[in-house]
Ligand binder design. Structure first.
Ligand code: 6CS
Length: 354
């Protein structure tokens, strides 16, 4: 049928586009490698609304990188809901429809079970400086846990905190008996649901956008969140009590699609990492200021503020202690190691900063 010459021509025609594609894509699969002169538009998504802590963080990054590169690199920010739900945002980050995002372990736990470490109550310190140091430096986070993100196609920049978690309720919650059967809303991940079961509550994984209405209509009795989020979401309008429970801190992570990130010129990768560190350092103070502002405003509302005593906190801590083993069993490979190292790092930082 085909002459030898025609067959060779056919093979060449089939192989040519593959060869050209491979040359043009250097070390990445589907994204063209960029040079440090190229203009870059970063699509940056997060899980909160305009003016919330994640939004301030994303805007600071935008401001600094656009200024530093005189507009060669620009950032478009997508707030929650603009790209669908939080699960959709995570999928878009993995598929490369979004380049960078702030994504919390409260939403990523089912895809990267090891991140559930961030959802263990009473694990972190009451000293914000200790938490800052551990979140900024721990080898458990930037070694083993970062590898787990990498396996899912994600590059981790920083883990950081949005502040202490508080409970709100339609009744006081100061001792375990108060928590019994209470419909407590937490972010939709197994470690949080299990923790509230251990505390005796009836945990609810209500969508973020429905918390206000559910609190108003009695579909849920209480919820946990940092102060800025409680105030900005107007939960003080539909709850009677605010418990300074300090049972946890809200932790989140700034990440990028790995393929996109490695397609950037090395200088740009370095620049993004440096600016991200600067934003992260700034976020620690910004987050505390947002917490103080929210507290000042909440004090003007009808919400009654109750500070739990050390003994009261201890009684919840004892109840929820078995969650450590749940994490080791369900947190996937490396979970036990991550937990061990992070506990050691917290202890070491407590010693150093006391
Ligand atoms: O509770 C939640 O669902 C939300 N809380 C915070 C502080 N950020 C994002 C998340 O959607």
């Amino acid at each position: 049928m085909f002459s030898k010459k025609n067959s060779m021509l056919l093979i060449l025609l089939i192989l040519m586009p593959i060869f050209l594609f491979a040359c043009g894509n250097d070390n990445t699969e589907g994204i063209e490698a960029k040079s440090s002169d190229d203009s870059i538009g970063i699509r940056f998504a997060h899980e909160e609304s305009q003016g919330d802590v994640q939004d301030l963080y994303a805007n600071k990054f935008k401001e600094l990188i656009e200024e530093e590169t005189e507009g060669r690199i620009t950032v478009d920010i997508y707030t929650t809901g603009t790209l669908g739900g939080n699960d959709d945002m995570f999928t878009q980050l993995q598929t490369g429809a979004v380049d960078m995002a702030i994504t919390s372990p409260g939403f990523t736990g089912s895809v990267i079970p090891q991140t559930q470490i961030m959802n263990i109550p009473f694990l972190f310190s009451n000293n914000p400086e200790v938490n800052r140091k551990v979140l900024d430096e721990s080898e458990a986070l930037y070694g083993t846990l970062a590898d787990k993100y990498e396996e899912k196609g994600l590059e981790i920049f920083k883990f950081w905190t949005e502040g202490s978690m508080y409970w709100t309720g339609n009744k006081e919650i100061t001792e375990p008996a108060d928590m019994k059967g209470l419909k407590m809303r937490g972010m939709p991940t197994s470690m949080i649901m299990e923790s509230y079961k251990l505390m005796g509550a009836d945990p609810q994984a209500t969508d973020t956008g429905e918390i206000y209405t559910m609190l108003q209509t009695g579909g849920i009795d209480g919820q946990e969140n940092p102060l800025f989020f409680i105030y900005n979401s107007n939960f003080h309008e539909v709850q009677d009590y605010l418990m300074d429970s300090k049972h946890h801190i809200y932790i989140t992570a700034t990440v990028a699609n790995s393929e996109w990130f490695s397609s950037l010129a090395e200088e740009d990768q370095k620049l993004i990492n440096e600016i991200m560190q600067e934003v992260n350092d700034w976020s620690f103070t910004m987050q505390q200021e947002e917490e103080d502002k929210a507290l000042t405003e909440i004090k003007k509302s009808d919400l009654e503020i109750i500070e739990l005593t050390e003994d009261q906190r201890e009684s919840f801590k004892e109840l929820v202690a078995p969650i450590r083993d749940v994490y080791i069993e369900t947190g996937g490979d490396g979970a036990e190691e991550i937990l061990k190292i992070i506990e050691q790092d917290i202890q070491a930082a407590e010693e150093e900063l006391k």
